[in-house]
Each structure stands twice: as C-alpha cells, then as structure tokens.
Design a protein around this ligand. Sequence first.
Ligand SMILES: Cc1cc2nc3c(=O)[nH]c(=O)nc-3n(C[C@H](O)[C@H](O)[C@H](O)COP(=O)(O)OP(=O)(O)OC[C@H]3O[C@@H](n4cnc5c(N)ncnc54)[C@H](O)[C@@H]3O)c2cc1C
Ligand SMILES: NC(=O)c1ccc[n+]([C@@H]2O[C@H](COP(=O)([O-])OP(=O)(O)OC[C@H]3O[C@@H](n4cnc5c(N)ncnc54)[C@H](OP(=O)(O)O)[C@@H]3O)[C@@H](O)[C@H]2O)c1
Length: 453
Amino acid sequence: MTASNNSSRPVVAVLGAGPAGLYAANKLVQEGADVLLINRDVKPGGLAEYGIYFDKHKMKNGLRKQFTRILDQENIEYMGHIEVREQDGTLTLDELEKLGCAAYLIAVGAQGTRKLGYQGEDEIEGIFHAKDLVYHYNQLPPFASQDFAVGQHVGIIGMGNVMVDIAHWLVWEKKVASVTVLARRGPAERAYTDKEMREVVNAVDFDALDKEVNRVAPILESIGQDVAAVKEELRKPLDKAETFDSPTKMFFRYLVSVKKLIPDENGRLKGVEVIHNQMVPRGDTYSPKPTEETEVIPLDTLVYAIGDQVDEGLGLPFEWGKYLTPSGNNPHDPEKPRYEVKEAQADQPRSGWFLGGWARVASDGLVGKARADGESAALEVMRWVKENNAQSPDLPTCKKKLCEMLSEKGHAFVEYADVVKLQDIEQARAKEQGVPLFKFNTNEEMFEAIRKA
Ligand SMILES: Cc1cc2nc3c(=O)[nH]c(=O)nc-3n(C[C@H](O)[C@H](O)[C@H](O)COP(=O)(O)OP(=O)(O)OC[C@H]3O[C@@H](n4cnc5c(N)ncnc54)[C@H](O)[C@@H]3O)c2cc1C
Ligand SMILES: NC(=O)c1ccc[n+]([C@@H]2O[C@H](COP(=O)([O-])OP(=O)(O)OC[C@H]3O[C@@H](n4cnc5c(N)ncnc54)[C@H](OP(=O)(O)O)[C@@H]3O)[C@@H](O)[C@H]2O)c1
C-alpha cells in the first residue's frame, strides 16, 4: 500500500499456489491486479499435485494444464520454494508485508495436523497422519524420501474420502493383510462417496460387514434408520468395482471411538482399546455418545484420517484449528462468509489481508470448491483494493524486492521458467522409463535438474 506503480495495476501477493491460490490469482488478474504468487513447494498445484491420488492421471493432467494457462500470464510472477512462517520459515508475514503490495491473500491450505490427544500418540511407533502418507506416496519432499513403517494390520480413524485414498494405497501398493476402518458413527453417516469406494470395495469382507451392521442394528433402528436399506447402499460401489491383485481384507467397525493406544514392549502399537458408542440426536444429525462397553482391536498401525487444520505457525491469529476472521456477517453480503484476516489484538479486519480456500475452512470439499472460494476471496480483495485505492510498486519492483530479501538470507528459490524446465525434464524421464509419471523425490534433485537444463 505504498509508492507509485507506473502500470497502475495494483500488485496483490497471493500466498500458496494450490487450487485456491491459483484460481484466485487468475481472478485477480481478470479484475485488474498483478499477482506475486509465493509458494512453499517448488512446484505449483498444492493438493491437486500432492494430494489427489497419484494414478488419477487424467484429472491431474487436466488440472496441470489449467494451472499452466494461469501461470503463463505475464501478470503473474510465480516464486516457489518459499515458506512463510513465523519461526522457522523462509520469511515471516511481517517481512512479506515490507514488499508493499496492495493486498495479501493467504491461500496456504490446511497444513496443520489434528491430534486426538491419546497418551503416547506422539511416541508410539506405527501412528501416522493421513496427510503425511498422502504427501509421501505423491512424492512431496521431504515426505517422499521418509520411511513410513506401515505394518500388516492397519486401522484408519475416519470414514471420509481421505480414508478411502489411504485404503487404496494400502490395498493396491502396500498389500497389507488387513485394513480396519474405525468410525465413531454409523454406516449411514459415512462421508466417503461410492465413486471413490469402488477402488477398494472388492477388498471389503462383506460377511464381516453384515455382521458388524447387525451388531449396531438396534442402535440404527432406535434412531429410525432402515438397516436393510443401509446394507444395500453399502454394496452399491460393487456395481462398478475396480479389480486388483491384493490379499488385503478390509473391515468396518461402526460406532467405536479409540480410547487408548496399546504399545508392545518395543514401543510399537499392538492394539487399540475402543469404546462402543450410541447415537444421540444433535440438530439435523446424530452425535456419538460413549457407552460403558469397551473392546481391544489388535492393530500394528493406526492412521488418523479425520481432516486437517491450518498451520498454527504461520503467524496469523489462530484458535481451534482455524485462522480467525472478524466476528459478524460479511458487511457486503450477509449470505457470504468473511474473508478478511482478523487483527491480532482487536476484533476488526487486518487492513488488506484476506483468506481463501482450505486456509479459510480446512479440509472443505473438492478442487471445485477451493476454486470457488479462491475466486470469491479474490473478488473481496479487489473490492477492498478499489474502495481503499490501495497502491503498490509495480510487479517487477515487488519481485525484485522479494529476490533481494531472499538472496540476503542466502535462500534458493525457483521462478516459473524453472518450473517449466522441471516439468519438461520430468516428462522426458517418464517417457524414457515408459511410465505415466516421473517425479524427483527431493528438492535438491529438482534444483540440480533445473541447473543442468
Ligand atoms: C488426500 C486428498 C485427496 C484429494 N482428492 C481429491 C480429488 O480426487 N478430487 C478433488 O476434486 N479434490 C480432491 N481433494 C481436495 C482438494 O485437493 C482440495 O480441495 C484443494 O487442493 C484445496 O486447495 P487449497 O489451494 O486451498 O490448498 P492446497 O491444495 O493445500 O494448496 C496450498 C498451497 O499452499 C502452499 N503453502 C502451504 N503452506 C505455505 C506457507 N507457509 N508458505 C507458502 N506457501 C505455503 C503449498 O505449497 C500449496 O501449494 C483431495 C484432498 C486430499 C487431502
Ligand atoms: N477422491 C476424492 O474426491 C477425494 C479424496 C480425498 C479427499 N477429498 C475431499 O477432501 C475433503 C476432506 O476429506 P476428509 O476425508 O479428510 O474429511 P471428511 O470427509 O470430513 O471425513 C472426515 C472423517 O473423519 C471423522 N472424524 C472427524 N473427527 C473425528 C474425531 N475426532 N474422531 C473420530 N473420527 C473423526 C469424521 O466423522 P464424523 O462424520 O463423525 O465427523 C469423518 O468420517 C472432503 O471434502 C473430501 O471429499 C476428496
């Protein structure tokens, strides 16, 4: 919000080049801004690159093409391998603000991890967060080269599409002996979609599933659910089931919550004690309510697939897993949420700072939803920029200043031309090896490949 800009296009800094940040950048350009797009990862795409299951080549290539069209625009400058964090990142938010951009849009996704608070959850071996495994099998550094010692009997807490993706990897790639889904509510409250479930449904032990639904049937009937209809719905993914060669058997345990983690003498998980739940009405839905009944389920691995939260270390006001926005309705449209970042000390907007995508609401929906939210955030940003006549230096000046800051810190970053080179190199490697996709596993290898190109 300073100095002059000969081109008269205000520069907006967008933090995060996942779907929300990329589509926001596109919208900002359409609305008359230039964009400095700053991203933690070397490559753009966020979870579209490093979250969506790796064999969805058609979808991922389609998204990559759209992102390329966005990034090819001269009104956007992409700068990758720059992590903005308060303590241990490349830059802090205050340093970023020194660039003097007209406004700042935070679209860094939900990089924080939700814990469940069980004794030993950080120490006992064999306990993983789904996001880390997802980043590992999608080859995001540094997760790509980390060893995740998954055992043979894997429990997954949560019953959403991330659970299905993890099960997909465990069944198809790891070929573990068993996968047991631990759901705190009943089968009708499953959050996964039938389309995704087709990938693994052939691993489901339907005799065991029937028995499990029969076990909880009295509770389902007590809240008016039709048990026969639920059983039928659970079989629907079989209509278009994928086939695979794997010994894995998949089980569902409904209305159970983990109460205690049980390690063996070497500190590795050997089981979980679960408590059986009932269901009690809450608004339009039902909540789990613990009973007195418990049971031990032998498992050597446990994965939390319960959704994520935002990164507390970014430097924004944070509470209950979320960045804070000012209280009250959106002043321009009460039907819309608030996109402004809240001031640290007062219940008012931090002037010129906005949130979008999973950074605004963590683990919320598909790429299309992140896109819509990024675009809405961009419109809010531009309304504010215009109403406040917010100015900035021009894009080359903002970029130069950022480059100077980074070189003062001795920090290596990539520009869009480097990303294009990297994509070409990786595509050539894939062709050479006759595989649909090749990715480098470390940032060092990526930098080396770019340097040699
Ligand atoms: C396992 C999984 C599978 C999914 N599969 C599908 C699917 O098949 N189809 C579908 O439509 N949707 C899918 N989704 C949902 C989709 O990925 C999200 O809706 C979408 O990616 C969210 O976009 P975002 O830009 O808000 O966040 P993200 O995609 O997480 O992007 C965040 C970006 O911010 C950058 N960043 C993070 N922290 C910082 C920082 N501190 N400083 C600078 N930059 C930072 C990251 O490098 C990243 O590029 C899936 C989600 C998950 C978790
Ligand atoms: N292929 C795809 O299209 C794809 C793949 C992956 C992700 N996504 C999308 O990404 C988003 C996030 O997916 P997600 O699976 O992480 O989230 P999700 O759909 O919200 O599912 C989270 C699951 O975790 C459970 N859970 C939450 N908190 C819990 C707790 N404290 N204890 C026990 N269980 C708990 C939830 O149960 P309750 O219902 O009881 O809360 C729910 O079953 C979704 O919109 C999803 O559709 C899409």
